[in-house]
Design a binder for this molecule. Structure first.
Ligand code: PLP
Length: 390
């Protein structure tokens, strides 16, 4: 049975070209990039190249990129750096739909003497900008708002947000882990101070990320140690993965158009066909301002986990809520924040595509989903009651 992989917001396949670029740096070229000898120095040159490619994808300059171990470390580093740079400020602003990497760190600060404002979203997943504006204060150390949501795919108006935050002279960080490589980005125009990205969402390996820190931004390292990363993150570099990230960023730039045309069309076909063929189904989130590869569809009167298990029998991989929250039968905090009714939040499935997704794979989901939902609804007393009531 072929695997139909539609869970690319959870993680992606490492691209062959990425792997090819990485492999020699495990075996043949294993020198330490900090060494004085040429054997290590040549590895160092390759890191320079990777930094240039990573910076180019988001329109940054190479010196503004710090390699980290993942998106979570980038988020933690950014928020901790801002808090530490502004010790007199005891207020943090974030949103209700952040990934746990930001959400749980802000909750940690809330338990440790900080006031945390959590900006709500509406039923379409759009951020309440007025609420944000009203809560910016002279005591605010950082505003951390994601660029695009991992579950709904909803894109926040990040330029507008950063303008509002920077007018008040506050540090602005964005978790762009899901946005990078899927929408065009020019960080110079955006006025953002710090931005997080993660390799495994863009066909690089797991365990590599980067943090953009705008030149001139006050910064404190999270990992204190050697002089690596210009003293901003101690620890011998994960050389093969950094090289892989650089290559993945180069490929992401090349594939940006395809994601926003062919992949987006496949996503639209998938959701239109599912809505046409399955009654009592709805898209979660703003259909217009959305990542081109993501759809979250709520199917009323069924359990998302049951749908996933049945899809799995056909080799179809998707997700209910985010990968990090599945395992719990509670609807995700993102769907709850959007006020998605319980009946459909429980039966919400996220399909996330990539440039590897084919129309045959999409057709397989379109063919398999209607009978799966019908079968599961036959087992639901609530569905039967609803049908009986007409
Ligand atoms: N932020 C967002 C929006 C994410 O989707 C994820 C991963 O799913 C992360 C942060 C964490 O990234 P990583 O898995 O690289 O730590």
């Amino acid at each position: 049975m072929n695997t139909v992989y539609l869970d690319n917001n959870a993680t992606t396949k490492v691209a062959d070209k990425v792997l090819d670029e990485m492999l020699p740096y495990f075996s043949d070229f294993y020198g330490n990039p900090s060494s004085m000898h040429a054997f290590g120095g040549n590895v160092g040159k390759k890191l320079v190249e990777a930094r240039e490619k990573t910076a180019a994808l988001i329109g940054a300059i190479p010196e503004e990129i710090i390699f980290t171990s993942c998106g979570t470390e980038s988020d933690s580093t950014a928020i901790r750096a801002a808090v530490q740079s502004n010790p007199e400020k005891k207020h943090i602003i974030t949103s209700r739909v952040e990934h746990p990497a930001v959400k749980n760190l802000c909750e940690h600060y809330a338990k440790n003497g900080y006031r945390v404002t959590v900006v709500p979203v509406d039923s379409m997943g759009n951020l309440d900008l007025e609420y944000l504006r009203q809560h910016l204060t002279d005591d605010t150390a950082i505003v951390s708002i994601m660029w695009a949501n991992n579950e709904s795919g909803v894109i926040f108006p990040i330029h507008e947000i950063s303008k509002m935050v920077k007018e008040r002279g506050i540090v602005f960080h964005t978790d762009a882990v899901q946005a990078v490589g899927k929408i065009p980005m020019n960080i110079q125009d955006a006025g953002i101070d710090m931005l997080s990205l993660s390799g495994h969402k863009i066909h690089a390996p797991k365990g590599i990320g980067a943090l953009y820190v705008k030149k001139g931004t006050k910064f404190f390292p999270y990992m204190i140690g050697g002089h690596q990363e210009n003293g901003r993150r101690g620890g011998t570099e994960n050389v093969p993965s950094i090289i892989g990230l650089g290559k993945a960023c180069e490929l992401a730039a090349e594939h940006l158009e395809e994601i926003n045309t062919r992949v987006k069309e496949l996503r639209d076909t998938l959701e239109n066909e599912l809505l046409n063929r399955i009654p009592n189904a709805a898209i979660n989130g703003n259909k217009d301002a959305r990542l081109p590869n993501t759809t979250s569809v709520g199917f009323e009167y069924v359990e998302g986990e049951a749908i996933l298990l049945m899809l799995d029998q056909f080799g179809i991989c998707a997700s209910s809520g985010s990968a990090c929250t599945s395992g719990s039968l509670e609807p995700s905090h993102v769907l709850r924040a959007m006020g998605v009714p319980f009946t459909s939040a429980h039966g919400s499935i996220r399909f996330s595509l990539s440039t590897y997704t084919s129309s045959e794979e999409i057709n397989s989901v379109i063919d398999n989903m209607p009978p799966i939902i019908e079968k599961l609804r036959e087992l639901s007393p609530f569905w039967k009651k609803k049908k009986a009531a007409g």
